[in-house]
Write a protein that binds this ligand. Structure first.
Ligand code: CAA
Length: 380
């Protein structure tokens, strides 16, 4: 597998790095403290083509490849992991699904603004009783003439408060189990659709996470994405790609932790010399650097398989499992190297730990990634 980056991929990575340093870094601490959504930055991400990176240009996207997307997401997440997840959900979960399975009408009306960044999307699968057990969908969609009526509640929805369009999974035929679930595109402001609760979170605090309520919410039948009964497979296939995005986000946090720890260890003196000169610190940094590199290889492997149209579910699960684990480990070690300064808000490393933890939970917990990997071993 060739991991040499093309000129275009390197240019995208540099653009993302510059954008993150110039536009995200200055206010990221304040936004985290105030739980403030980065509206202006998300608009600019759209203008850069970063909100629909792999969508063809005819549908408003940038027409780029998966590796470019990974590199951009890593750079954004190094500086601001909350912006990283906003970008990841819009690209991986919303634009990808609509591009793959949306019809011409849906692509024209919804994908174009979503991919060009003039609209924001959310993906609503999780429910109070359907987290890891995602097929246990209680939200019901009942067909009535030319529309469906949606009733139910969705939980933990990233971008939910600010999204213009939400992809909602709902049961159309409970007797069919996971084959009785369908996907609907619901517009913000639809009667019967409301935001029920905004979560106060440990990390990624400037991204919004909400519950959504549907009470006799009327959705035109033309807004069903894919066939009736395709919703669970739609969600699973979409999440396979989403997991590569979250792995890239986790990688960004891990690398930021390593960089911060390396910098600090060269500045901070103890016993008359920079603490970097102590083997105890060098060993920690060497471990962190090795894990960070290994994570990126797994992420690029999953991305390449997806790009080449090959099976990548297992590789995506491995990339997410490993990158999220080492993001937490690297953030913890960065705090340890910073000592007391790592535990307070004066340095960024305490935020890296708070941001890293969610990568082991959303888009499938680490336990679910183990399960996906183990099941796929049996199929090989
Ligand atoms: N691709 C295609 N089809 C798939 C698939 C995949 N990746 N995974 C499963 N399927 C198919 C199966 O082949 C099976 O089809 P048949 O019935 O025709 O054989 C069907 O779907 C049911 O599959 P399972 O029997 O494997 O289903 P299960 O109930 O055992 O669940 C699971 C499998 C892997 C545990 C799944 O429920 C899962 O991934 N859970 C985690 C959910 C998750 O990741 N949620 C994240 C929420 S979104 C989010 O976090 C976004 C955000 O805001 C940041």
């Amino acid at each position: 597998m060739n991991f040499d980056f093309t000129e275009t991929q390197l240019m995208i990575r540099d653009t993302a790095k510059k954008f993150a340093e110039d536009e995200l870094a200055p206010d990221s601490v304040e936004r985290d403290e105030k739980e403030e959504f980065p509206h202006a930055a998300v608009k600019k991400l759209g203008e850069l083509g970063f909100m629909g990176m792999m969508v063809p240009e005819e549908f408003g996207g940038a027409g780029l490849d998966m590796v470019s997307y990974i590199l951009a997401l890593e750079e954004i997440s190094k500086i601001d992991a909350a912006a990283g997840v906003i970008m990841s959900v819009n690209n991986s979960l919303v634009c990808f699904g609509l591009n793959e399975w949306g019809n011409d009408f849906q692509k024209e009306k919804y994908l174009k603004p979503l991919a060009s960044g003039t609209a924001l999307g959310a993906f609503a699968l999780s429910e109070p009783e359907a987290g890891s057990d995602a097929s246990n969908q209680r939200t019901i969609a009942t067909r009535s003439g030319d529309h469906y009526l949606l009733n139910g509640t969705k939980n933990w929805i990233t971008n939910g408060e600010n999204a213009d369009y939400v992809l909602v999974m709902a049961t159309t035929d409970r007797s069919k189990g996971s084959h009785g679930i369908s996907t609907f595109l619901v517009e913000k402001g639809s009667p019967g659709f409301s935001i029920a609760k905004k979560e106060k979170k440990l990390g990624i605090r400037s991204s919004d996470t909400v519950s959504l309520a549907f009470q006799d919410c009327k959705v035109p039948a033309e807004n069903r994405v894919g066939d009736e009964g395709f919703g669970f497979r739609f969600a699973m296939k979409t999440l396979d790609g989403g997991r590569v995005g979250i792995a890239a986000q986790a990688y960004g946090i891990a690398e930021a932790s390593l960089n911060a720890a390396l910098r600090y260890s060269q500045q901070r003196k103890a016993f008359d010399k920079p603490i970097f000169e102590f083997q105890a610190i060098q060993f920690k940094l060497a471990e962190m650097a090795t894990k960070v590199d290994a994570a990126q290889l797994l992420i690029l492997k999953a991305g390449k398989l997806k790009e080449d149209g090959k099976s990548y579910g297992k590789a995506a699960a491995m990339a997410k499992l490993f990158a999220s684990k080492i993001a937490v480990e690297c953030a913890l070690e960065a705090i340890q190297i910073h000592g007391g300064y790592g535990y307070v808000r004066e340095y960024l490393v305490e935020r890296y730990l708070r941001d890293a933890k969610i990568t082991e939970i959303y888009e499938g917990t680490s336990e679910i990634q183990h399960l996906v990997i183990a099941r796929s071993l049996l199929k090989e």
